[in-house]
Write a protein that binds this ligand. Sequence first.
Ligand SMILES: Nc1nc2c(ncn2[C@@H]2O[C@H](COP(=O)(O)OP(=O)(O)OP(=O)(O)O)[C@@H](O)[C@H]2O)c(=O)[nH]1
Ligand SMILES: [Mg+2]
Ligand SMILES: [Zn+2]
Length: 295
Amino acid sequence: MLKGKIIRALSGFYDVQLDDRIIRCKGRGLFRKKQVTPLVGDIVELDLDSPQASTGMIQHVLERTNELVRPPVANIDHALIVQSITEPELNPILLDRFLVLAESKRIEPVILFTKKDLASSKISEHANYYKDAYEKIGYQVIETSTEPDLLVQSLESIVKNRVCVIAGQSGVGKSTLLNRIEPDLNIETADISKSLGRGKHTTRHVELYQLLGGFIVDTPGFSSLDFAELTLEELRETFIEFERISEHCKFRGCFHINEPKCAVKDALETGEIESFRYKHYQLFHEEIKNRKPRY
Ligand SMILES: Nc1nc2c(ncn2[C@@H]2O[C@H](COP(=O)(O)OP(=O)(O)OP(=O)(O)O)[C@@H](O)[C@H]2O)c(=O)[nH]1
Ligand SMILES: [Mg+2]
Ligand SMILES: [Zn+2]
């Protein structure tokens, strides 16, 4: 059977990319009964209405690697996590929250720093410290350029043939980035003072843009930044630099909080693990531990 990717969901129809053709498909009747909702990003098996037709029927939705409810997208490859280094200033706690959420959904994060053009040398130095720290952990950190050509160059290899969500605090410049890549998009952006004052997102609905040979979903962020669905065990796994080191913890299943002979805590002393990362881990651990049970 033919296999393709849903790139657009219209009311009742799905556009499926099949090699370099777009096939407009219906979902089979059975989906409604079985409550299967095909999502943008889904890999599907389909039949063409006739051998040369550009219309068809989706027969089967393949298993998803992940899915987000808001935005409704499946099989997301990358989360582009945007942080401005100034206005609003770099917020490593928030960055780590996004990283935890992305890792917990098995979405590979890429960190984008914006507004370098506004930064003093002191602020740039501060940002460089964090850039180095996150790169040491294994994350890709990109300082985005205001120059469209350079911006495209730095993001093309990440976005091409992939589905990416762009996430980050209001006002960091997510929509501005997309407009810079593709000026025709003309996405609404907000004056920084306004967007901070309101504390609200200018981008309120979810849009999927075909850019750089792939897809970028502009979103007001993940639907929630609290860890309502995360367990302590899952949290532990999302701090990826702990993994290898924790093999040397005395206790199997060590949470690296109060346990004796904890290799992660030892690694803090040597600087192998950054103390700010560990602090955020402790903070999130507490937050989840104290979460009120939901019935
Ligand atoms: N100087 C400078 N200003 C920027 C840059 N990126 C964004 N801005 C400004 O920052 C403000 C907010 O940008 P937006 O693109 O609306 O931010 P957003 O992340 O989409 O915000 P929400 O949609 O509210 O989540 C706008 O006034 C932009 O012009 C940059 O690289 N340099
Ligand atoms: Mg926006
Ligand atoms: Zn430990």
